[in-house]
Every structure is written in structure tokens, then in C-alpha cells.
Design a protein around this ligand. Structure first.
Ligand SMILES: [Zn+2]
Length: 378
């Protein structure tokens, strides 16, 4: 099929989930009681994605406090903490550098041990839908930047890279488990790699700057970061076949940056040496650049998960506008290799405010656009 529609992962949480999580954090709700609310939120989200006409759905990451921190509740070796526990000035630092991180964090505070990460989420979701399911997982390079703290993690892993390698092994086992359980698509979330577009050889982007200050990490320089991300991803997916593996990179263009208007072509050629099939990327937000500059370098094995819906702007697009955004990919790719998705998750963290009904309308418009495109291009 051409122009398969999917989502990047998260869908805004219903109010009852946010309230339940807050009560749970204060000890006013048991884990079992919380799980009941989360079960309901997943059922609701699956239904909304189905009604909106999405072909490959997710559970909306309803169970996760954030797209990355939830591993702190799943894996041994991590601690799940609120950001000010890592640095009392964290909120001020994020504000100063305009680099907002999700508030709940998974920090490494022991040796990472293998366990299931998302299999339980998938097993639950598949009971409520017959559609193919995408499962999102935090990538090792991301987790290295997000979870290694210079004081808390150092007794176990002297360098962030050592920790990332251990996590990559655990992740690899989970991808194989998910494949064997029938997952259609595993998407590795690698927002930090996309953020690198705004970095210079010796000057980190705003997110790395914030993490340097909050976690005590050190920027390795543009080329070294890029090759490290590539190598960690390739170690993770090496030799795994019979499942579609994609990678999502954020962009979130910053109008104050000289890189506003530059896209993923800045990460060439290394980014295309990553052995994944689909690049799930942002191209709807203003300043994210021209997709053909990236796509002209694709060989015939790669697919694009093209961002055609803005996720940080509540304005609901018109179908024809989305069609035009998608058509920009057709100069270089066959329609069968073009998937459509919003730029990013609508709510990567529990507290991200985005109206559910607007997210639903945006997904519906994307499905309508896919139908127009299929009629036009087959
Ligand atoms: Zn994203």
C-alpha cells in the first residue's frame, strides 16, 4: 500500500490519567488502581486512532511518564526521579536555554539488567485491535544522554558509552521478543540525533547544553556524536530480520538558530549508514527544511515516515495542505516507500498539554490526505 498512515508514538493523556498518576506519586493510589486507569486510556486511544483511520497504530504511550523515562520503571539499574532531584536548578536551566526536557527522568543508578521493556504494553494493546501495531523504544544513544549522571551513574559506569553499550544489549533482546510476539514495526526513538542538526563541531545544541549542566555530561563534538549514535544503533539491530525497524529523529526547529531551515541532510552520510528501514522525521514544522535534500541520498531499501502534521501548533491542517507536504517526497521516492505521520508524538511526556480532540482531528485529516494521494498516485 502507498502512503501508509501511522503515528510517531504518544497521544495526549486524558485528564484522568494525569490525576491518577499524581495521586499514585503521592501514595494515594495503589499501582493496581493506577493500572486500571492506564488500561482504560489505552483502550480509548486505540479506538481514537482507529476511528481517525490510522493504518499502523500505537497504544499512545499512555502507560509511560515520558517516551524515555518509563524504562526507569521497567529495568534494573535505573532510578525513576523528578528532574530537580538531579539538579535543584534544573527548571531554571531548561528555561534559560529554551531546552525543555520531560520532568520525569530515568537515571542510571546501578548495573543495567535485561528485562522486558514494552512487551507487556504490546500484549495488552493487541487484545483490543486487529490493526498492525507499532512499538516505540528509546534508543541507546538517547538513553546515554538522558540517563548517565556524572555523580549518580559513575560508580557503575565510568563513561556514558559503557552504559549505552549495556543498554543496547538489553534493547536488542527486547526487539527480538517483540518481533516474535508479532509486532509490525519497532521504532527506535532518537530525538537527540535530530537535535544534533543545530550543533556545531565544538558547540552543542540547546538540549545537550541543558544536559551538560544538569547531568554533568560532556559534548564530544559533532562528528564524534554522529558516529557514536550510528555505531550504537547498528550494534542494537545487527542481523535482526523479519520486522520493520524505524528510527524517529526530532527536529523542533528553533527560530533563533542559524540552522533554522536546515534538515536531516546535515547528518549525512553517517545517518544513512544506520541499518534501519524507515526514517520517521519532522518536515511539517516551519524551519525543518526541504525533504528532497535528504531523500535524494536514499538507496532503494529505505523508507520515509514523513512528518506532514504539526504537533506543536493547534491549527488543524486542510487535507490538500497535507497532500502538498507529502508530494515533496515523491520526487525521489516511490509512493510505497512514503509513510505519513505527524512530526512527532503529540505528548512525549505525561504533562505535555495538547488537546485530545485537536490531535484526533489532525489524524483524521492525515487519513483523508492519504486517500487523496492514493487516488492520485496509486
Ligand atoms: Zn519527536
Amino acid at each position: 500500500m502507498s502512503f501508509v498512515t501511522s503515528v510517531v508514538g504518544s497521544f495526549p493523556r486524558p485528564k484522568f490519567v494525569v490525576e491518577a498518576y499524581d495521586k499514585y506519586s503521592k501514595g494515594e493510589l495503589s499501582r493496581e488502581e493506577l493500572e486500571e486507569y492506564l488500561d482504560d486510556a489505552v483502550k480509548l486511544t486505540i479506538k481514537e486512532e482507529e476511528v481517525a483511520g490510522i493504518d499502523v497504530i500505537t497504544d499512545g504511550e499512555q502507560r509511560r511518564t515520558s517516551f524515555v523515562s518509563f524504562i526507569g520503571e521497567k529495568l534494573e539499574g535505573f532510578k525513576h526521579v523528578y528532574i530537580t532531584e538531579l539538579n535543584p536548578k534544573a527548571i531554571e536551566i531548561m528555561r534559560q536555554y529554551k531546552g525543555p526536557l520531560t520532568e520525569w527522568r530515568a537515571v542510571v543508578s546501578g548495573y543495567i539488567k535485561g528485562s522486558k521493556i514494552a512487551l507487556d504494553e504490546f500484549e495488552f494493546a493487541k487484545r483490543y485491535t486487529s490493526k498492525p501495531i507499532k512499538v516505540t523504544l528509546p534508543s541507546p544513544y538517547l538513553v546515554m544522554w538522558e540517563s548517565w549522571h556524572s555523580q549518580i551513574s559513575k560508580p557503575y559506569y565510568k563513561e556514558p558509552e559503557d552504559m549505552a553499550k549495556d543498554y543496547a544489549k538489553v534493547l536488542r533482546e527486547e526487539i527480538i521478543r517483540l518481533r516474535d510476539a508479532g509486532v509490525a514495526f519497532v521504532q527506535l526513538d532518537e530525538p537527540m540525533l535530530g537535535d544534533l542538526i543545530e550543533a556545531d563541531e565544538n558547540e552543542p545544541d540547546r538540549y545537550r547544553k541543558v544536559i551538560e549542566l544538569i547531568y554533568g555530561q560532556k559534548y564530544r563534538g559533532f562528528k564524534n556524536e554522529l558516529t557514536l549514535a550510528r555505531d550504537l544503533l547498528n550494534e542494537t539491530v545487527k542481523g535482526i530480520s523479519d520486522i520493520r525497524i524505524g528510527m524517529h529523529m526530532d527536529r523542533w526547529p528553533n527560530p533563533d538558530s542559524p540552522k533554522f531551515g536546515t534538515g536531516y541532510e546535515r547528518l549525512l552520510p553517517e545517518v544513512l549508514d544506520i541499518k534501519i528501514k524507515q526514517y520517521v522525521v519532522e518536515y511539517a514544522a516551519p524551519g525543518s527544511g526541504d525533504p528532497s535534500k535528504f531523500l535524494e541520498h536514499f538507496d532503494n531499501t529505505k523508507e520515509i515516515g514523513l512528518g506532514v502534521i504539526e504537533v506543536r501548533n493547534p491549527r488543524i491542517e486542510k487535507p490538500e495542505e497535507v497532500v502538498q507536504r507529502a508530494e515533496r517526497a515523491l520526487k525521489h521516492l516511490d509512493p510505497k516507500r512514503v509513510w505519513l505521520n505527524p512530526d512527532c508524538g503529540f505528548a512525549p511526556g505525561l504533562y505535555r498539554k495538547f488537546e485530545r480532540k485537536i490531535a484526533f482531528e489532525k489524524l483524521s485529516v492525515m487519513s483523508q490526505a492519504a486517500q487523496i494521494l492514493r487516488k492520485r498516485y496509486g
